[in-house]
Design a protein around this ligand. Structure first.
Ligand code: PMP
Length: 407
């Protein structure tokens, strides 16, 4: 046999296939509503002014290209934890958090799965239905059996909260539960603070371990603290031991730089230092076996922003700029669809009640395929629309196409 000739067909990841189809389409009016990467109102990628400031700082004081410590960039680890938990948080003051720099949010989720599997190989992992598709893929790849818990009710276009609680209650004690910190991908539906409290009670009663995936802090509401409500409630205030996976891809527009962190929070031990050190060592050992050390430049940029009060203030403004633009596009989509008398059971209320980067439109797979084929509008077959590709120049045309698709 010829070496490599029997390589099987790879699994096709739908979102990459969609981007490739969009790129291959020669139509100048095509609209890209696939991958979640922020674009400005002209449809161009946006380098945040705060990040531009950080780039200028690094150009003046180049950090060089030495390897990072195996745990990552020291200041980045501390400052990223402060963004998530709050600078004055109890867990940080008490030294309860093991923090390591990762290959962005994906790397954090992967290391969370691999680390948890070393401790709890027989636990079930619960992911929301639906979720970011990589959650299931990564936890299964780590060796876990993965189950869904109810999350979204497509008829009601809202969270299936009673079913969600029932599923988490019915899960075997000590299960691992993946939760989206904010701006749930793909539904755009987040729990209310009261609902988070109810979920926390079930997690505590059942001894479940939360894995909180935070890929959109500041991007949902424009406010870093508001978007950290679930993180801080579960992992600090209510003292649940758990894992936080953190990404700066969206919040700083650093997609290709792969800046992120994993934070493992230890509770129930008065002197956590020794356990925290062992956790950091164990996770670094997993990374050692896979890629040795994380990447430098993105962590330098994040650190430059977070360590400079002026750039930090600019970043908060940048988050408002991005989240406001997306909210404005939601309102424009809703107004246009109503004006065009496009039929919808809720008259398009849900477009503006959802939050974050994605509009979970309820468009069916055939409608999504029709929009692609007939109108050069590229959205996921699940009906998920990345709002980042919508702007003042294309929103009317997009809504006319959607009206034609649903009629
Ligand atoms: N988690 C969720 C929920 C996401 O939506 C994403 C990005 N689509 C990620 C994690 C990972 O992104 P990255 O690896 O770029 O940080």
């Amino acid at each position: 046999p010829v070496a490599f000739a029997n390589t099987p067909e790879p699994i096709a990841d739908a979102i990459f296939a969609l981007t490739e189809a969009y790129n291959a389409d020669p139509n100048p009016d095509k609209i890209n509503l696939g991958q979640g990467a922020y674009k400005d109102n002209t449809g161009s990628p946006w380098i945040l002014p705060s990040v531009r400031g950080a780039e200028a700082k690094l150009a003046q004081h180049p950090p060089g290209h030495e390897y990072l410590h195996r745990f990552g960039h020291a200041a980045f680890r501390r400052l990223s934890a402060e963004v998530a938990f709050g600078a004055g948080s109890r867990v940080l003051a008490e030294g309860r958090v093991a923090s390591l720099q990762t290959i962005s949010g994906s790397g954090a989720v992967h290391l969370a799965a691999a680390f948890l599997h070393t401790l709890y190989p027989n636990s079930l992992v619960y992911v929301p239905d639906p979720s970011w598709s990589n959650h299931r893929v990564m936890f299964e790849a780590a060796g876990f059996a993965v189950r869904d818990y109810a999350y979204y009710d497509p008829q009601a276009r809202s969270i299936a909260f009673d079913a969600l609680l029932a599923d988490l209650r019915a899960a075997p004690a000590g299960s691992i539960v993946v939760l989206h910190a904010c701006a749930h991908n793909p539904t755009g539906c987040d729990l209310t603070p009261a609902q988070w409290s109810d979920v926390a009670s079930v997690l505590r009663d059942r001894g479940h371990i939360p894995v909180v995936d935070s890929a959109y802090q500041g991007f949902a509401s424009g406010d870093l603290d508001a978007d950290a409500h679930a993180i801080r409630l579960l992992l600090d205030e209510l003292a649940l031991p758990g894992v936080l996976c953190q990404s700066f891809s969206k919040s700083m527009g650093l997609y290709g730089e792969r800046a992120g962190a994993i934070h493992v929070v230890v509770h129930g031990i008065a002197e956590p230092a020794a356990v925290v050190a062992r956790i950091e060592g164990q996770i670094a050992w997993i990374a050692r076996k896979e890629y040795t050390t994380p990447a430098r430049y993105g962590a330098e940029l994040v650190t430059a922003v977070l360590s400079d009060p002026g750039l930090y203030a600019q970043w908060r403004e940048d988050l408002v700029t991005m989240s406001t633009r997306l909210r404005t596009m939601r309102a424009a989509i809703q107004a246009n669809l109503r004006e065009l008398r496009a039929p919808a059971d809720d008259n398009w209320d849900h477009v503006t009640t959802q939050i974050g980067m994605f509009w979970f439109s309820g468009l069916s797979r055939p409608q999504a395929l029709w929009l692609r084929r007939e109108r050069h509008v590229y959205l996921a077959e699940s009906g998920r629309v990345s709002l980042t590709g919508v702007n003042e120049g294309n929103v009317r045309r997009l809504c006319e196409a959607i009206r034609d698709a649903v009629e």
